[in-house]
Design a protein around this ligand. Structure first.
Ligand SMILES: [Zn+2]
Length: 431
């Protein structure tokens, strides 16, 4: 009996499954590349992946099925962006220019910039406005190969506005092909009306926001910006523990600008990931490796803020920490939707290999969302989320940077995005 399929992606130069058999330990082996590979799916699930020569023996395409010829191309799992601030009102390009001229955070803030300006505009926006903004951002991400996005709140900072953001994320997830995984980040910043009263705000988050968010089942994760001058280790711990009591899995913005011990806290509370980690300690790395906390590194942010420092990715990998990569897409510190660009920065600035970078935006990113049984690899039974790239070798994803290689993007077995003709339609007159 042949396996029935309604989608065949055939003859890929490299079918990068992230599902090697037998299992591998080195990054390149972990990619599970099948040269000249074909993948079959039915009803949105992968039913077969193997060498193209075996396809006709193994698989029969249903009459209404779709065939995609991926000759000369690379097929990867759809990219997973496991840390974004997807929806926000207004942008901060003037602040970018001021920073380039040497303005400090305080000077920018005094000129009306900084996160507070985003909070003000997001509070004024309606839920419908935010859905419209989010739709545009998701379209852009999808065009670059991203099929699942984690999205944080944190620009509302009041119960009403945080719920509004979460409802906008819920509505976006229902209408857009990209899957949206919502994270409550009420503890992103201290809102202006609570200036000097951080403890009061922490109580609001714990006693009012978390129960409201959980009661409406609007988020899966609870995140905190644990940083000097924002939320302390102790406050972060209390917020994350409160989230846990309401069924929200912890995540943490940790050790980004100062060494606070955020990585250790993430391990202590059983966080699924700790993110940023520029100042992670040796102990923090060991604790994360031991507890299986994923390190989500956001090198685009270090690059865009020209911090002159990156997270010690090589050290973490050598200690057995699972490293994911994400965009941190947000209007202040990393205005890009491009995960391929993030892989290039990860390779050149943190010396990750192209294979490690691909792991970071697929399987490891799925782990950072607790979704590795469903997405992030191309094994039988997994969701058929794919990106087909017009490149001859997977290394080109990081190596050939600043352009979009996506040819087609497939979500749950359906082509949801495709590149326009790759040829210029205007030719110089040969005469
Ligand atoms: Zn962030």
């Amino acid at each position: 009996m042949k396996i029935e399929a309604d989608l065949l992606v055939e003859n890929a130069s490299e079918l990068v499954t992230l599902n090697p058999s037998p299992p591998a330990t080195d990054p390149e082996g972990k990619l599970g590349v099948i040269p000249n590979g074909t993948l079959a799916a039915k009803d949105g699930r992968i039913v077969w992946a193997g060498p193209s020569g075996e396809t006709s023996k193994q698989v029969s395409l249903l009459p209404q099925g779709k065939e995609l010829d991926a000759t000369g191309k690379v097929v990867l799992p759809g990219f997973i962006d496991s840390h974004t601030h997807l929806i926000f009102a207004g942008t901060r390009e003037k602040e970018f220019e001021l920073r380039l001229q040497g303005a400090s955070y305080q000077e920018i803030s005094a000129k009306g910039g900084g996160i507070k300006s985003t909070v003000e505009k997001t509070r004024r926006a309606s839920k419908e406005d935010l859905v419209q903004i989010g739709r545009k951002n998701l379209d852009s991400m999808l065009s670059l190969g991203t099929t699942t996005v984690e999205a944080k709140t944190g620009y509302g900072l009041s119960t009403k506005d945080e719920i509004k953001m979460l409802e906008a994320l819920r509505d976006l997830g229902r209408e857009h092909p990209v899957e949206v995984v919502p994270t409550f980040l009420g503890a992103h910043e201290i809102p202006p009306e609570y200036a000097g009263k951080t403890e009061d705000y922490v109580r609001l988050v714990i006693e009012e926001m978390i129960p409201a968010v959980a009661g409406k089942k609007l988020a899966l994760f609870c995140d905190v910006f644990c940083e000097k001058g924002v939320f302390s280790l102790n406050q972060s711990r209390r917020i994350l523990e409160a989230g846990k009591r309401f069924g929200l899995t912890p995540k943490l913005h940790a050790d980004e600008l100062t060494p606070l011990g955020g990585a250790e806290l993430a391990a202590e509370v059983g966080a699924v990931s700790a993110d940023h980690l520029l100042y992670i300690s040796e102990k923090g790395m060991e604790a994360m490796a031991e507890k299986g906390v994923v390190a989500t590194l956001l090198p685009g942010t270090a690059f865009f803020l020209f911090l002159g420092r990156y997270a010690p990715a090589r050290r973490m990998i050598s200690k057995g920490v699972t490293v994911a990569l994400a965009s941190d897409f947000n209007p202040g510190s990393c205005m890009t939707e491009s995960l391929p660009l993030i892989t290039t920065i990860a390779c050149t600035q943190m010396r990750m290999t192209p294979a490690e970078a691909i792991l970071g935006i697929t399987l490891h990113a799925a782990k950072a969302l607790g979704r590795e049984k469903e997405i992030g690899s191309l094994g039988t039974g997994k969701q058929a989320d794919l990106v087909i790239l017009d490149i001859p070798d997977y290394r080109h994803l990081s190596y050939h940077f600043g352009v979009n290689h996506a040819w087609k993007v497939v979500k749950k077995g359906r082509v949801v995005w495709e590149a326009a003709s790759s040829h210029s339609t205007i030719r110089v007159d040969p005469r």
